[in-house]
Design a protein around this ligand. Structure first.
Ligand code: HEC
Length: 183
């Protein structure tokens, strides 16, 4: 087969069985597989009462940039696509002069983003402890960076700033700031 035809066949086959085409397979984040997993994860989190209407509330605490003025943190193991791993959900609240009590009394009004880390199967991102990151808006849509790339997957891998670069500085070398349980 001529090279061009081989490439076309590969693209068609790849598309029809749902494989990413080579260009997007090289992207560390924001490709179709990443956004699809992020969408499934939001549905699972809704089902578990971690996000959405009637989600379980914890006592929020004062935070700092980049995550927000007031935060909530919830963790549990979840199973998704045949793998079970820890999920860390951070709700990020903001608004002029808001207090912890404002958030407890009307969380939906101040929720600005939900940032999550899901530990995936070994080999997903061995350099960075296999974490899958997502930033959702309050309604569960995957947010995008200024270049329009969805913030889902190995977010900003290899870049100087962003989820991985910053979380790589967390103590315990586990990419988690809050504790060192996943060392
Ligand atoms: C400039 C540094 C920085 C960047 C960039 C950053 N984070 Fe964080 N993140 C933190 C810090 C510091 C904490 C712990 C303090 C807190 O609660 O805000 C944290 C906490 C978290 C937690 C709770 C688990 C933990 O590590 O304690 C999650 C989940 C999280 N971030 C997700 C994300 C996602 C997703 C992104 C990218 C879209 C991101 N973060 C980008 C600094 C950062």
């Amino acid at each position: 087969m001529k090279p061009v035809r081989t490439l076309l066949t590969a693209l068609i086959l790849g598309g029809s069985i749902g494989l990413a085409v080579p260009a997007s397979a090289e992207m560390a984040f924001g490709n179709r597989a990443d956004t699809e997993l992020a969408t499934s994860l939001w549905a699972l989190m809704e089902y578990k009462g971690l996000v959405g209407e009637g989600a379980v509330m914890t006592r929020p605490y004062k935070g700092m940039p980049p995550h927000g003025m007031i935060l909530e943190l919830i963790e549990m193991p979840v199973s998704l696509q045949g793998h079970t791993g820890p999920l860390i959900v951070k709700r990020n609240y903001g608004g002029d002069g808001i207090s912890v009590d404002d958030v407890i009394n009307d969380p939906g009004r101040y929720l600005q983003a939900v940032t999550v880390m899901l530990k995936r199967e070994p080999g997903y991102d061995p350099d960075n402890h296999d974490w899958f990151y997502v930033k959702y808006d309050a309604r569960g849509r995957v947010m995008k960076n200024p270049k329009g790339v969805p913030l889902a997957g190995r977010v900003a891998k290899g870049m100087q700033t962003g989820c991985i670069a910053c979380h790589g500085t967390a103590s315990g070398d586990d990419f988690v700031f809050n504790h060192d349980r996943y060392k």
